[in-house]
Design a protein around this ligand. Structure first.
Ligand SMILES: O=C(O)C(=O)C[C@H](O)C(=O)CO
Ligand SMILES: [Zn+2]
Length: 278
């Protein structure tokens, strides 16, 4: 498991391209038959991907050495969204069928976690976020139809997009984790512009649905000290609470956002006036 330390905004603004990428970009999330994880000490979120191809992938009890617990989810909750082919996810003695663009919430305390692809030729890609948890809420699959959708933006400003809120209080209870997926309409390129920060929550963006030669220029930094990172298909960016998180692509794309921190109020954002940005 790769560890990322927290970062102060004053340090971040001194970084060059390599430094920004080392601090904020998660370059690789899917490797065949493996669980790949990055542990950010910002609110202790774990960002990962599981891609079972030739055999099931299991979260072994040894993962607990990274969290100082007997097993991985002893004091954590986990949410995943499938961006690949259909999967079966075993959680203790239950099996959940998780299709493309469906989510699964796994509550604190689940000991057995095993992931299988239905078709090795079309493997599942299970992108997940996990956060410290204080109590157990029921495991639950959430379909796209159950996610609470909101369409925002305008083709005139190239930011028409639909936000599917999978793991939010209107859909199910979680301790702190919020997750959803934002899909840009064809011809729209901008996400989250006008932009915002939320000092009370950190966020992770995972970009996908992109051509191999496509790119998203992800904007980060304090509103008056913006920087960018060039993000490729199926890469993620860690966004500290003090940072904006916005992007513009070379074509339409989709991204998954996950948030943890002080509250679960999606609209709790500090909106940044366009004229403030530097
Ligand atoms: O398209 C958007 O706007 C978003 O998806 C915004 C994110 O969900 C977000 O930043 C929530 O705080
Ligand atoms: Zn945000």
């Amino acid at each position: 498991m790769e560890i990322r330390q927290p970062i102060h905004s004053a340090h971040a603004k001194t970084l060059d391209t390599t430094g920004l990428r080392e601090q904020f970009l998660v370059e690789s999330l899917f490797r065949a038959d493996e669980a790949v994880m990055t542990y950010s000490q910002i609110d202790r979120i774990i960002v990962g991907g599981v891609m079972p191809v030739t055999k099931p992938v299991t979260f072994s009890p040894e993962l607990g050495k990274h969290t100082g617990t007997d097993f991985f989810l002893q004091r954590r909750e986990l949410g995943l969204i499938n961006v690949g082919g259909p999967a079966t996810v075993q959680v203790d003695n239950r099996n959940f069928e998780v299709g493309a663009r469906e989510a699964l919430y796994v509550g604190q305390g689940a000991k057995v976690l095993e992931f299988r692809s239905t078709d090795p030729a079309n493997p599942a890609k299970l992108y997940f976020n996990s956060a410290p948890a204080h109590t157990t809420y029921p495991h639950k699959k959430v379909t796209l139809a159950e996610a609470s959708p909101e369409t925002l933006g305008d083709p005139k400003t190239s930011n028409r997009r639909t936000i599917y809120k999978f793991l939010v209080p209107d859909v199910l209870p979680t301790c702190q984790l919020l997750m959803g997926m934002t899909q840009l309409q064809e011809g729209s390129l901008w996400n989250t512009m006008p932009c915002h920060t939320h000092d009370r929550r950190m966020e992770v963006y995972f970009y996908f649905d992109m051509a191999d030669n496509g790119a998203v220029f992800h904007m980060l930094g304090e509103p008056t000290e913006t920087r960018h990172i060039v993000v490729r298909n199926e890469q993620a960016v860690i966004s500290p609470s003090w940072s904006i998180h916005s992007g513009v692509g070379t074509q339409a794309y989709t991204f998954i956002w996950g948030m943890v921190g002080e509250n679960q109020v999606f609209k709790d954002m500090d909106h940044v006036p366009m004229t403030t940005l530097r």
